[in-house]
Ligand binder design. Sequence first.
Ligand code: GLU
Length: 306
Amino acid sequence: MSTTGRFAPTPSGPLHFGSLVAALASYCQARSQQGRWLLRIEDVDTPRVVRGSTDSILQDLEAFGFEWDGEVLYQSNQFERYQYYLDKLFADGRAYACECSRRSLREYGVESGILGQIYPGLCRDKQLAGDQLSIRLNTSRAGQIEFDDRVYAGQSMNLEVEVGDFVLKRVDGIFAYHLAVVVDDYLQQVDEIVRGADLLENTALHLYLQDCLGFPRPDYLHLPLVNNADGVKLSKQTGATALKPQQAVQQLTAALRPLGQWQDEVKEFSTPAELLQYAVAHWDLDAIPANSNGFENQVVNEEPGV
Ligand code: GLU
């Protein structure tokens, strides 16, 4: 069976260099195994969607030579499916309604962990129903979640202690990323997930949700993060510059560096498609460095206007 990978950008702004690295790596990893590569627009958090960014993402991907299989999946078209699986978790006694707000939890003195407040299950047994409630996953039976990342190797997390009962649907009715991503990857039959290491800690949550829903666990491969000159992860929030389609070949070449691919070779390509073809043919998974501090991208740092 051939593999299925995906690229799943959030349309909260245009693609930047860090997203290009994720697109490139997920593409090469899937295509080098003759696998499918899907595109999913993660617009589940509708208030965060920035008008026009979906179009600009699609245009940039095309300009950079990426070809995806099938239709683009939009999370905003998937709400009924998320509700279906949420109901299933409820019926199985895995999910419950919660009336606690962030503020009330602060006042209660709950601890904070890597992913925010560690919710200690205060509403687990209250059987709450009605409006103004969030829905959480009960992690009391999760124990230690372990997995082998293909770049970052052995990972282990005690979900209840380190994260707590996390939100599946917010009080404002928005489905959480964790539920959406797990349901979509399952329905799209994604079996190898390639994404930035900023999501490494989220993976234990996804694995436990997959277990609760009876979904198979995909393989995970997290990518070293790309930092800006100040050592801060490149993201829309830290002001990463948008991609420049007219410099697609140079920016794709630069994106291979943090992935450790053919660093000493100097190759000239006339089109992005030609470069991608070469990148797929020479893709070396073992060359990806598992650096936790991020890789300093010199093109972003040094070339004005890139
Ligand atoms: N939508 C997420 C992002 O743009 C990626 C989610 C994932 O790959 O699982 O950062």
